[in-house]
Design a protein around this ligand. Structure first.
Ligand code: SF4
Length: 351
């Protein structure tokens, strides 16, 4: 029987991970949100940090958003942290601190989709909901030679139906973990280990010689390029100071701090670049800087965006007479205490 075979494999060879040793739904939820779009090796240290800093959902709910973003710093996709925090507050106030214990209740949490709800329901409560992540899609598409493009609602329904017929209803959590591990360890995107695979006899893709053609994906979405000009504005007296601003709602990195930003639709020509940036900073600060110089150029890739960032360092000999309302001076030594985007962190570290 398929389920028994893959669970037996998992019990012998599956990965030992800290969130697999608990049935606490809060810890499982933390791990699942952290692991979305994150490698296990990187996610592990963040999971341990969150469990230690916020041992219960109440601790997470009572923290400030800035504190949670700071704990999340470096992991990217910051909406995950904001949703986590918002859902913790919802559980704390609306559900009297009790984590929801139905699939629908879990799915109602902000930032929780079908995959995460199925993972929490099966791992924490033993409910027979199949998890369908990239590894599971790949494994099932190949085993049954399913050519429906993944990433669509139609594909989800087809794969879910197939998995409902396979899942071990007594041990759904083990079954789901086994599927994900087997998909990532044997049935890999490239160079699958079909020769040693325990399903090589029944795998339709292997028998048909079409392993590398499955799963089928929908066409790539276009990636938009944005042009960011960041001003690293500083002065030394009376204390080393840098200017920062907080990102607003409705855009990437909401709530994080960054350097003062000038964004353009098109890249500024190199011939006029420094002159134009000088005018911008003089207009903002109401003074002529002591020096202005182009620094690092960096490319930062997000899922549907590529950021081309040019950093320009601006030195004043003392605090300038004015600055736009959203900017604020910060003692340089305090920069480590505020949540900043990975791009800004990279720039400051490289300096
Ligand atoms: S035989 Fe190859 S393609 Fe088929 S399930 Fe095993 S590893 Fe995946």
């Amino acid at each position: 029987m398929f389920a028994e075979k893959i669970i037996n494999w998992y019990l012998e060879y599956g990965r030992q991970l800290p969130w697999r040793c608990t049935d606490n739904p809060y810890y499982i939820w933390l791990s699942e949100i952290i692991l979305q779009q994150t490698r296990i090796e990187q996610g592990r240290s963040y999971y341990e940090r969150f469990v230690s800093e916020y041992p219960t959902v109440g601790h997470l709910a009572n923290a400030s958003e800035e504190q949670v973003l700071k704990s999340w710093q470096g992991l990217g996709y910051y909406s995950r942290a904001r949703n986590l925090h918002s859902a913790a507050k919802y559980i704390s106030t609306e559900l009297q601190g009790r984590f929801p214990d139905t699939y629908e209740g879990i799915l109602a949490l902000k930032g929780v989709g079908r995959y995460t709800a199925a993972a929490i329901a099966s791992f924490a409560y033993g409910m027979p909901y199949p998890v369908i992540d990239g590894n599971v899609y790949r494994l099932v598409a190949r085993l049954y030679r399913i050519g429906t493009p993944i990433g669509t609602d139609r594909a989800y329904a087809i794969f879910e139906k197939r998995l409902m017929g396979l899942i071990d209803r007594e041990r759904p959590g083990l079954f789901n973990q086994a599927m994900m591990d087997f998909g990532s360890m044997y049935c890999r995107p490239v160079r699958s280990d079909c020769v040693n695979c325990i399903f090589s006899q029944e795998c339709l893709a292997y028998r048909g010689g079409v392993v590398s053609e499955l799963p089928v994906r929908v066409g790539p979405t276009s990636v938009k390029v944005r042009y960011f000009y960041y001003f690293d504005i500083r002065w030394d007296a009376p204390l080393p100071t840098i200017v920062v601003q907080q990102r607003g709602e409705g855009d990437i990195w909401q709530g994080l701090y960054e350097l003062p930003l000038y964004e353009t639709e098109q890249p500024i020509s190199e011939v006029v670049l420094l002159g134009e940036l000088r005018k911008v900073v003089e207009r903002w600060m109401g003074a002529v800087p002591q020096s202005i110089a182009l620094k690092r150029c960096m490319t930062h890739r997000l899922t549907h965006r590529t950021i081309r960032a040019q950093f320009v360092q601006v030195i004043f000999d003392h605090k300038p007479p004015k600055m736009p309302e959203k900017m604020r001076p910060l003692e340089l030594s305090e920069i480590k205490t505020i949540p900043i985007s990975r791009l800004i962190d990279r720039y400051l570290s490289e300096l």
